[in-house]
Design a protein around this ligand. Sequence first.
Ligand code: HEM
Length: 216
Amino acid sequence: MAETFADELRTVTWSDHEGAEHTAYLEALMKGQVSRAGYAEMVAQHYYAYVALEEAGRALADDPVAKPFIRPELERVSALERDLEALYGENWREEIAPSRPTLTYVARINQIADWPGGFIAHHYTRYLGDLSGGQVIRKIAERAYGFEDEGGVSFYLFPGIPDLKAFKIEYREQLNALNLDEVQRRRIIGETLLAYQLNTEVLVEIGKRLPEYLVA
Ligand code: HEM
């Protein structure tokens, strides 16, 4: 049987996934070695990317190609605001700032916002990741920082998606239902690789402050 688009997308991008997963920052986070302030910095950088991504989604809400992917239960901005308030206090907006790699990432999301395939590439890279490895990060963060209802890990909680596994299967079916020719497939895969690179650069930048963020 021919490889599906979802399979191809995962296979071609997996080594870049490994690159993102094995950045020094995420490796330290996964070992529970990052301080609360170091975790908060990642949440802050996520915030700018999701504001851009979800704004792009609203602009494409009536686009027939992008529409099936734009689901309110995925939206993360309110959850991020809740987490940022828990992590930085009520003046969190004055406490955070986008890093240079985050500004580049946001600029790319804005640049492709009128290209549904490009939007799907960025959408896939973030949300499918949040529903997968994100769930591992959530457990580590809960344990390391003792978060409960007050926020901190709301970003990783999807109350509107009771069965994450089933949702991911459906998502991959939606990818396979895209009616793409070879050139379009290549372009979306290329944009997904770029999305991984941009995400990795954001993580590398946070990692530069690891000496300050490592717990004893
Ligand atoms: C601690 C870091 C991470 C861990 C442990 C991790 C782990 C995983 C695992 C186990 C899967 C497979 C899940 C499944 O087949 O259902 C997965 C899928 C995925 N992850 Fe990650 N991940 C991490 C970081 C990231 C990052 C930083 C991104 C993106 C920026 C990302 C994006 C994705 C995507 C898009 C998928 C879906 C692949 C597909 O099925 O097509 N992950 N991750």
